[in-house]
Structures are given as C-alpha cells and as structure tokens.
Design a protein around this ligand. Structure first.
Ligand SMILES: [Fe+2]
Ligand SMILES: [Fe+2]
Length: 283
C-alpha cells in the first residue's frame, strides 16, 4: 500500500521505532522536496530519516555542499550508489562524516564506509548499509557475501535475545541495483536476517512492499525524489535525444513541481524485526 498524504500514516505502534527512507534525490527539485518532507515525517512519528543522495548534485553524484545541505535540513543519514565517485570533494566527507555512507562492496581500503550505526531516538540502534548490485552495473565485490561478513561482524535481527545479551541492532539495507531478479534473490538470502531490504537506482517505485513472516521488509525500488512528470527525475528532451540519436546528451534534472517517494518502516528496537512497511508518494 502506498500513502500519498503523510497524515494517513497510522500511529507508531507502542514500543516501536519508525524510520523513513527517501529514494534517489535528483537535483535541485529533489533536494527541495526531500528537505520539505522532513518535518512532516517527524510529525508522523519518524525518528530517523535516511535518503539516497547519489543524484543530488545536478542529477549525477553528490558534492560536499549538497551533502551538507541535506544533512543540515534534518536528514540524518545519506546513502550513495554508482555515482558516488563523480565529485572528488565528496571524498573527505565520506572519510570524516559517519552519516554519509557509500556502497559497502568496494575493495578494502576504499575511502569512506559502507555502513553506519545510529542511535534510535527512543532507544536501540539502527545500522544503515549501502550495497550495490552487480547486474548491469560496474563490477563490485559480491553483495551477498558482503552481507554475510557484515552480519557476522555486527549481528542483526533475530529471535528475542537472552535478557543479558542486550538488544540486537536493526538493519536497513539500501540495495542500489538495476536488476529486479538480483534484488529478489537478495530478499530471499537476507530474509529474517535484516530489518529491511529495498532497492534504489531505478528511480521507479514498485508496488510490491511486503513484510515477510520472518520480519524482513522488502521493496524492489522505493522510487525517487525529484521533478515530476519526468523521465526518472530528468527532463524528457535530452533523454529522448540520447535514445533517438545514440549520441551523448547530458541528462538535465527536471525543473518545476516535484514529488517525494520512499518508504516508512516500523520496527521493534529489541529484536530488530520489521513490524510494518508502507511506501510513500507525496506530491
Ligand atoms: Fe539514482
Ligand atoms: Fe544509481
């Protein structure tokens, strides 16, 4: 189910934490609508807001300035994707800023970090992982085995822990990937092992949000924040020119009105399990 007005979100269940993820933020319009939705999300009970910022600067990559602009507006964590290396001035931000994460499945020694751990306002911790698919994208390390290693290191959702063990961290995985089958495969691989696994990168929200019996939320793609109507957040003209002429035509972020797409997850901070997932699409 998709909510088109945040006032329609149900109350946060007792004892639960609510977190929101905003799909790829595209250019100036994307930044504007993503920033504008932070306060309404807080009023709807969201304790932590995460956004994918790999298209935040002119539609391609993210500069230090735009990363800081989004964080200053109240977005708590930024994830990236295949355009993460577009602007060199993001490198020091990736190194210094724990709230900005790049895909985890790059070789050891790559600048920045592939995940971050954040305190949830009501107690408990949330791990945010950024991960990249390998089908129709640049080569990276295996996303499946990268998750095995991370879960072995950090722990993750699972059965109620013994009283003396402390709560397990909840874990959101932004799987920045092109192919639906690769995302579906990882959904099965991580079922019951993470709080939520969802796709970014294709910029088109899918209507398949589900919560599995093992307490993992899944969405193939949460969508994008940007100008609308558009071609995945961009002006149609140059996109059509590229397809029709087979020559390079730089994509231009769509100007004018925009919309926010993403997903809201309610989770149990004690077990890390997802209790409910809803996609959002707010114009
Ligand atoms: Fe993107
Ligand atoms: Fe991407």
């Amino acid at each position: 189910m998709t909510v088109d007005r945040l006032e329609l979100l149900p109350p946060v269940p007792a004892g639960a934490a609510r977190v929101a993820f905003l799909g790829d933020v595209v250019g100036k319009v994307g930044r504007r609508v993503a920033k504008a939705v932070v306060e309404p999300l807080r009023r709807a009970g969201v304790g932590l807001v995460v956004a994918n910022a790999e298209n935040a600067s002119g539609g391609n990559g993210c500069t230090a300035r735009e990363a800081r602009e989004l964080l200053a507006a109240g977005i708590d964590v930024l994830t990236m994707g295949n355009h993460v290396w577009k602007h060199k001035d993001l490198l020091p931000v990736l190194e210094a800023e724990p709230c900005v994460v790049r895909p985890a499945n790059f070789p050891a020694g790559t600048p920045g970090r592939g995940h971050g751990t954040y305190d949830l306002p009501g107690g408990g911790r949330l791990v945010v992982v950024n991960l990249m698919g390998r089908t129709f994208l640049e080569h990276t390390e295996c996303p499946f085995r990268t998750m095995d290693a991370l879960l072995a290191e950090l722990g993750g959702p699972g059965p109620d822990p013994p009283a003396d063990a402390g709560p397990r961290p909840a874990m959101l995985v932004d799987f920045h990937a092109e192919a639906t089958a690769e995302k579906h495969a990882l959904r099965w691989y991580l079922d019951g092992r993470v709080t939520a696994l969802f796709g970014t990168h294709t910029h088109v929200q899918t209507s398949d949000a589900e919560r599995t019996p093992l307490g993992t939320a899944y969405v193939t793609d949460v969508g994008c924040c940007g100008g609308w109507p558009s071609v995945i957040g961009f002006e149609p003209g140059p996109v059509l020119a590229r397809f029709l002429t087979l020559r390079p035509h730089p994509y231009v972020p769509r100007d004018g009105p925009g919309r926010v797409e993403g997903a809201v997850f309610d989770l149990d901070p004690a077990t890390g399990r997802c209790l409910a997932v809803l996609t959002i699409r707010v114009a």
